[in-house]
Design a protein around this ligand. Structure first.
Ligand code: GLY
Length: 376
């Protein structure tokens, strides 16, 4: 399989690394990873879903360049991203006698990437790791930027570390084996980049979105590649400007303040995926922006039309939300990381591609938006 690819750089001084975007990269994993390894020793960690499609391809490629490796296969699903699994995994790594020069390879979606990255950050005070994201969500968001972590009963991603990978391989071919719902969920994060600061990209998505995340009859590998590349370029620029989220990086949380509350309320399960919660959260953020007189209604309507036309939810219909209240949801938002001095931070928009960060939001407006959603 050929591996013609584009290369982007995340510019972080001594922690800089490349993101490679293309087709066939997993089949070339060995030769692509070898140059960033201090020694040819790795532990490859994946889950049972990815094992079925891609593990052999990656293993063969590592063997072909004489990388010595062991493989650990975890059960799939968000529940794997917790303290118990981090404890087990770090114990397995120590039993395998990993050394500071061993590289961990995370082959999978966001759960595998976040968990493996976190274990890399804390094992022997820091191992190198490489991201091989196999979902759209991981390719355009979680594999880039060094946020690693696990979920706690108190909330999502509340224990973690900033630990940058040494390389990211985003193989567009991996999207072929992705269930439609996962592809659509990842697409919410793609749309997010257009909404943050790239109205031209949003416009492009309005006409090419079906090629990126539509049914298999519409899918277009070139459109997927352009979308992943544009998203990673946007994320790389924001991360390079603000690695540890002291400021501008918070823009990447558009839709997430609302979204995390919805995920917490629905139990981080199948009822609502992360991407779906971000889609509803972005719709809510635009509704709040309109309610505060910041954003034209036409822009809000375009955003919602595109999200729902891409099979993403933009309301709470279909969720079992009896007994939910706006104040409960606001309370859950307060348990998120996006709280400073007890004040919630919101990402709002003056229009498509004109997002900004603020903590100047009247909770009565947030309450009003949520009440409207709970009525539907
Ligand atoms: N997913 C948001 C960030 O990486 O900052």
């Amino acid at each position: 399989m050929s591996s013609e690819h584009d290369t982007l750089s995340v510019d972080l001084g001594p922690r800089s690394y490349d993101i490679l975007v293309g087709e066939g990269l997993l089949g070339q994993a060995g030769p692509l990873v070898a140059p960033v390894m201090s020694r040819p020793r790795a532990v490859l960690i994946t889950d049972e879903n990815v094992e079925r499609y891609w593990l052999e391809t990656v293993e063969d490629s590592l063997s072909a360049v004489a990388i010595d490796f062991q493989t650990i296969v975890l059960e799939p699903g968000e529940q794997t991203k917790d303290y118990a699994h981090a404890e087990t995994l770090t114990g397995q790594l120590l039993d395998l006698r990993v050394e500071r020069s061993t590289t961990l390879i995370a082959l999978g979606g966001g759960v595998i990437g976040d968990l493996v990255g976190f274990c890399a950050a804390i094992t022997l005070r820091g191992l190198d790791f490489v991201q091989m994201p196999t979902t759209l969500l991981a390719q355009v968001d979680s594999s880039v930027g060094g946020k690693t972590g696990i979920n706690m009963p108190q909330g999502k991603n509340l224990i973690g570390a900033f630990h940058q990978p040494r390389l990211v391989l985003a193989d567009i071919g991996a999207l072929d084996t992705l269930p439609a719902r996962d592809l659509q969920g990842g697409y919410a994060e793609v749309v997010k980049y257009g909404l943050i600061n790239d109205a031209g990209f949003f416009k492009w998505l309005e006409s090419h979105g079906a090629g990126v995340a539509g049914g298999s009859e519409n899918r277009d590998v070139q459109a997927q590649r352009h979308a992943v590349l544009t998203s990673c370029r946007a994320k790389a620029a924001i991360v390079a400007a603000d690695e540890t989220e002291q400021g501008v990086r918070a823009l990447l949380n558009l839709g997430h303040t609302f979204g995390h509350a919805l995920e917490a309320k629905t139990g981080y399960g199948d009822a609502l995926t992360h991407g779906e919660s971000v889609a509803i959260g972005m719709a809510m953020a635009f509704d709040l922006s309109v309610r505060m007189g910041l954003c034209p209604e036409d822009d809000r309507d375009r955003v919602k039309k595109h999200l729902s036309g891409s099979c993403l939810p933009i309301d709470l219909k279909g969720l079992r939300n009896d007994g939910w209240s706006a104040s409960q949801l606001i309370d859950l938002m307060g348990q998120d990381k996006k709280v400073a001095g007890g004040k919630l931070t919101f990402i709002l928009a003056r229009g498509i591609g004109q997002s900004f960060i603020t903590d100047e939001v009247d909770l009565a407006d947030v309450n009003g938006v949520l009440e409207d959603y709970l009525k539907t």
